[in-house]
Design a protein around this ligand. Structure first.
Ligand SMILES: C[S@@+](CC[C@H](N)C(=O)[O-])C[C@H]1O[C@@H](n2cnc3c(N)ncnc32)[C@H](O)[C@@H]1O
Length: 162
């Protein structure tokens, strides 16, 4: 009986962990981007030597890619467990917190894989904080109001420039 209760608690904790950002109303739940799609976008932009933010960096798959490509990766993650794993894995700056609260004035490239409603809210932030010429790369979903410079329909990746 006790093992069953423990098992139920563990399963509930895992579900809560996966859904926390969504339940907290601050962003999308966890899923990972396609690395080949993101690599295509990063090659097209040329990220070497540039500051690349991943807003909602999860376990750090995209930050690791940016680092391999010579960029200066900076992550933001609201979930403490993902933040910890990402920090240990990427050995780069990973901010534990809400991406809506993190200033983006020094960003050269901002990467996102969030839901459409979140992208719409982020668009406001990008327009008010990003410097002219900065790029926004979005996997899977469009970002309204930004200038689209490239879209790869098979890879489902959008590149915007402010
Ligand atoms: C779909 S995953 C993307 C993970 C990673 N960027 C990738 O592409 O593989 C979305 C991530 O955003 C995080 N997230 C959601 N809302 C957030 C917020 N307001 N601030 C920071 N991170 C957030 C989630 O915890 C989750 O790890």
């Amino acid at each position: 009986m006790i093992p069953l209760v423990v098992l139920a608690l563990v399963v509930a904790a895992i579900i809560l962990h996966l859904l926390w950002p969504f339940l907290a109303g601050r962003g999308g739940a966890y899923s990972t981007s396609s690395v080949s799609a993101t690599e295509w976008a990063f090659r097209r932009i040329g990220v070497a030597g540039r500051r690349v933010y991943d807003l909602g960096c999860g376990y750090g798959v995209i930050l690791a890619l940016a680092k391999r490509m010579g960029a200066v990766p900076i992550g933001v993650e609201i979930d403490p467990l993902r933040w910890l794993i990402c920090s240990l894995r990427c050995r780069c700056r990973v901010i534990l917190g809400d991406m809506f609260q993190v200033p983006l004035a020094d960003a050269d490239v901002v990467y996102i894989f969030q839901w459409p409603s979140v992208n719409a809210r982020l668009a406001e932030k990008f327009l008010s904080e990003l410097r002219p010429g900065a790029y926004v790369v979005s996997y899977m979903w469009e970002v309204p109001r930004l200038k689209l410079v490239a879209y790869e329909p098979v890879l489902k990746i959008y590149i915007y420039q402010v």
